[in-house]
Design a protein around this ligand. Structure first.
Ligand SMILES: C[S@@+](CC[C@H](N)C(=O)[O-])C[C@H]1O[C@@H](n2cnc3c(N)ncnc32)[C@H](O)[C@@H]1O
Length: 252
């Protein structure tokens, strides 16, 4: 294993401690947590439109939410995870694997996109044009992605240095409200980086046993701040209660 790709040594540490989470060291991004599937199902069921949108997959882990957005024609997708090991060993390879089959188009899986024009096939015994070489790099899905590692405070500081800073149409985040200590930083990311007309999709368990956070505590926090309204858009009642919540600015 390359040390370069696990400079944080989280692979060895999580294996040694047989744990899903080491607070402040490793925040759980190496496995896919179940609320991600709830949110994916919701996005499918609602036919969420990604085309042309700027999307942030916050606390991305394997990056499934961002990958869906990318494949559905999002203009730009930013992936953020606490751990650089997760970004380098999991998120980035996963994005590459999920884009390589069609990385020379310019857009959507499902609504046609704006690309194409490369469907001539073999004519008059001539081979078709080389697909990779013909598409300008700006059309590739990977060129529409950026990857960030570090805490939410670090991430916010970093992106706010851009002129202008990004404003996301959609912020998607799954299983990220288990620790109440992180709520101020998380809320600040939503507040500073969500476009005025944008939407946050938050997928979460009702309660995180042994860690302390959960939807009710986060909801109280958000209500006290009085900046966002929250609406439950999906409830899963079997097993541990889980929810998908949509958040938008109170004053658009
Ligand atoms: C439990 S994992 C969930 C991973 C993924 N979203 C999923 O559902 O499979 C929580 C994720 O939130 C991110 N995270 C949690 N607290 C964070 C913090 N204070 N700063 C930055 N990222 C944080 C980590 O990157 C971690 O991958």
């Amino acid at each position: 294993m390359s040390e370069l790709l696990d400079g944080e040594n989280v692979l060895a540490r999580t294996a040694a401690q047989n744990t899903d989470l080491i607070s402040g060291v490793y925040e759980g991004g190496l496995k896919v947590w179940e609320c991600t599937y709830d949110l994916l199902e919701h996005l499918e069921a609602e036919g969420e439109a990604f085309s042309g949108k700027r999307v942030l997959d916050l606390g991305c882990g394997a990056g499934l939410l961002g990958i869906l957005a990318l494949r559905r024609g999002a203009r730009e997708v930013h992936f953020q995870d606490y751990n650089s090991t997760v970004i380098e060993r999991l998120t980035l390879p996963n994005v590459l694997l999920n884009c390589e089959d069609d990385d020379d188009d310019s857009g959507d899986d499902d609504d046609g996109g704006a690309g194409g024009g490369d469907e001539e096939g073999e004519k008059d015994g001539c081979p078709p044009p080389k697909r990779k070489a013909t598409g300008p790099p700006r059309d590739s899905k990977l060129a529409r992605c950026r990857f960030f590692s570090g805490s939410w405070t670090t991430f916010l500081t970093q992106v706010l240095k851009n002129d202008p800073p990004p404003k996301y149409d959609l912020i998607m985040t799954s299983e990220t409200i288990y620790n109440t200590d992180y709520y101020p930083a998380l809320h600040e990311v939503f507040h500073r980086l969500l476009d005025q007309g944008g939407l946050v999709y938050l997928a979460t368990k009702a309660h995180y046993f042994g860690v302390g956070g959960g939807l009710y505590l986060f909801q109280n926090f958000v209500e006290e701040k009085d900046i966002f309204k929250m609406k439950r858009v999906k409830n899963v009642e079997h097993g541990l209660q889980r929810h998908v919540v949509a958040m938008s600015f109170k004053k658009p």
